[in-house]
Design a protein around this ligand. Structure first.
Ligand SMILES: Cc1cc2nc3c(=O)[nH]c(=O)nc-3n(C[C@H](O)[C@H](O)[C@H](O)COP(=O)(O)OP(=O)(O)OC[C@H]3O[C@@H](n4cnc5c(N)ncnc54)[C@H](O)[C@@H]3O)c2cc1C
Ligand code: SF4
Ligand code: SF4
Ligand code: SF4
Length: 398
């Protein structure tokens, strides 16, 4: 059998992009969750693989080394309208670019929660109003089966397409779309240190729904408009709301201790990136610096001319953007290297599989690390205040 022996031998060798499923001419593959809830391709029972190896050719984990990319220019910005800005993950750049793309008759692909909040899946968006569903970061991996076929069909029909995703998904799109359509395909990759599993997401939603029927959910809410720290936010049909700091929540614990195994050794970093444009949080910016906004700021790292095109004329959708120095943009660690697995991540995963998310999040080392994080955050805040008092002009012109 080709899969287990050739496609991936270890869990860490598959990023779960599903490109192999979409390309298979005999439809013999499906994605299935493992015990931790991460999706992997499997051969369907009694299905006949003809050993054509098309799955191998599109697999981003196999085609990494052919890529060589470098950033050309660097920007930061945010929506000028506070309501719009607060509804987005960081500065709202993904939404701004998507708006302008749809206005110019393009089709956008991005990630949304399912209507029952239980999964995260790709959506094809042609109406600006539907961009609301794509807003904010979803911290579990999305379902992608079938999405590449839709992208190819749109390109074949003569449309231009903007695909927004994690770098491995973007690489998968690039691998699976025939080269003759690449000129109409725009690729926007998010700075990424990796998601947790859909099973984590489902268990968290089940827990929240014990309080009533949910009508809104976000893992990246700006409580009282503040960009950091970010909150889990749920709204219920009965009018009540739930707020919980993401990094102190059970979801946050899984995000920290149980990422997809491929993320801890991710090779889609540095000069192996493939998008036209990469965006993320502009963490470097501080109060007093050019481009700062307390409600969130996006950073943008441009790979090529198409990336520049995506950033052009964003003023028309109410987005403020400035050029920033390379060193400020590139300082975001997740761009250049995989975040190493934390100590005890295997213990967390084992406990999660056996006892579930809530029990795993109550493990002693998780609670201890939450306390340490809180102390560190308070100390950092205090240090910045002291620094500003003695050196009020640090970084203001950057
Ligand atoms: C798993 C994950 C890890 C991340 N790690 C980092 C990091 O280490 N450093 C950093 O600076 N930024 C990171 N980001 C990116 C950051 O959280 C914001 O998503 C990004 O700055 C875009 O913000 P925005 O305001 O422009 O997005 P919005 O305008 O709110 O739009 C959000 C966009 O993100 C897309 N999206 C959301 N969730 C997913 C998902 N799970 N898979 C694919 N696409 C998705 C949506 O399609 C939408 O287009 C991460 C994002 C994710 C999903
Ligand atoms: S070798 Fe061909 S038939 Fe077999 S799983 Fe891969 S793509 Fe499908
Ligand atoms: S194509 Fe994607 S899902 Fe399939 S084996 Fe490769 S990384 Fe895994
Ligand atoms: S860290 Fe790497 S492997 Fe993991 S989701 Fe991000 S791009 Fe994919």
């Amino acid at each position: 059998m080709i899969l287990q022996e050739v496609l991936f031998q270890d869990r860490s060798e598959c990023c779960g992009c599903s490109a192999c499923v979409d390309i298979c001419p005999k439809s013999v593959l499906i994605m299935q969750e493992d015990a931790s809830g991460f999706l992997y391709p499997r051969i369907k029972e009694h299905a006949e693989c003809i050993d054509c190896k098309r799955c191998l050719k599109v697999c981003p984990e196999k085609n990494l080394l052919q890529i060589d990319s470098e950033f050309k220019s660097f920007y930061a910005g945010y929506f000028k309208d506070n309501k719009e800005l607060i509804s987005c993950a960081s500065g709202g750049l993904a939404t701004a670019i998507s708006k302008k793309f749809i206005q110019s008759h393009g089709i956008v692909y991005g990630c949304a929660y399912s209507d029952d909040w239980n999964t995260i899946e790709y959506k094809r968006v042609t109406d600006i109003l539907d961009l609301e569903k794509l807003k904010t970061s979803k911290y579990s991996q999305s379902i992608k089966e079938g999405i590449y076929k839709k992208v190819i069909a749109d390109l074949q029909g003569g449309s231009k397409v903007l695909f927004i995703g994690l770098p491995c998904d973007v690489l998968a799109v690039k691998s699976i779309v025939p080269t003759k359509y690449h000129s109409a395909l725009y690729l926007l990759e998010l700075i990424c240190h990796g998601p947790t599993s859909l099973k984590v997401h489902r268990q968290f939603i089940t827990e929240l729904e014990k309080k009533g029927r949910m009508i809104f959910f976000s893992t990246r809410a700006k409580k009282n408009g503040a960009w950091k720290p970010f909150y889990i936010h749920a709204k219920y049909e009965n009018g009540t709301e739930h707020y919980e700091e993401f990094h102190k929540s059970a979801y946050g614990a899984a995000f920290r201790y149980m990422k997809r195994p491929s993320c801890y050794t991710c090779k889609i970093k540095g000069n192996h990136l493939v998008g036209d444009l990469m965006i993320g949080d502009y963490h470097y910016v501080e109060k007093g610096m050019n481009g700062y906004n307390e409600h969130g700021v996006s950073s943008a790292l441009v790979h090529n001319e198409k990336g520049e095109q995506l950033l052009a004329e964003l003023d028309s959708v109410g987005f403020y953007i400035i050029e920033i120095p390379r060193r400020n943009a590139i300082g975001n660690g997740a761009i250049t290297r995989a975040i190493p697995a934390p100590a005890k991540h295997e213990e967390f995963e084992k406990f999660f599989v056996e006892k579930g998310l809530i029990s795993a999040s109550r493990l002693r080392f998780v609670i201890k690390s939450n306390i340490e994080r809180s102390i560190k955050a308070s100390m950092l805040k205090f240090a910045v205040k002291v620094k500003r008092f003695f050196l009020p002009s640090t970084r203001p012109h950057d």
